[in-house]
Ligand binder design. Structure first.
Ligand code: THU
Length: 146
């Protein structure tokens, strides 16, 4: 499947804009690394997330999982694409690839061969992957079926 057939360039750019706007809400008083993520659903809604850190460091929630949990808690579980942007002190210096936990969290709800992960530096400078490329040979709900 061609990536271009899943979402148009203008939808990608809007999603990147939303991901970058999500960085403004980042709560990152420990790492100062601000991340925003924008998750597009089949119903064409966008859920924006930011990272939420905690003094008990390990319970920090990444921007991607914030967006996923916002969507699921609003009754949406069919996802098309996610855009991610982030950087130290809120300055985008490079791509912000999703951590392993977030790749797995996305995997729960999507077909990795169809779901797009958009890593963005700006609306003009981004890279698009299938989740399959970032999480090959993944373990998902199907593996639990007999
Ligand atoms: N973080 C995210 O929110 N998403 C990523 O894709 C990578 C890392 C956050 C977690 C933590 O608040 C900060 O970035 C530094 O790891």
């Amino acid at each position: 499947m061609e990536k271009q057939s899943i979402v148009s360039r203008s939808i990608i750019k809007n999603l990147i804009r939303d991901a970058i706007s999500g960085m403004d809400q980042s709560y990152a008083p420990y790492s100062y690394f601000k991340v925003g993520a924008a998750l597009l659903t089949r119903k064409k809604n966008t859920y924006i997330g930011c990272n939420v850190e905690n003094a008990s460091f390990s319970i920090t929630n990444c921007a991607e999982r914030t967006a996923i949990y916002k969507a699921v808690s609003e009754g949406e579980k069919e996802f098309v694409a996610i855009a991610i942007a982030g950087g130290p002190a809120g300055v985008i210096t490079g791509y912000c690839p999703p951590c392993g936990a977030c790749r797995q969290a996305l995997r729960e709800f999507v077909d990795p061969k169809k779901f797009l992960v958009i890593l963005a530096k700006s609306t003009e400078d981004y890279s698009v992957y299938f989740l399959e490329e970032l999480l090959p040979l993944s373990f998902g709900p199907d593996n639990l079926e007999k």
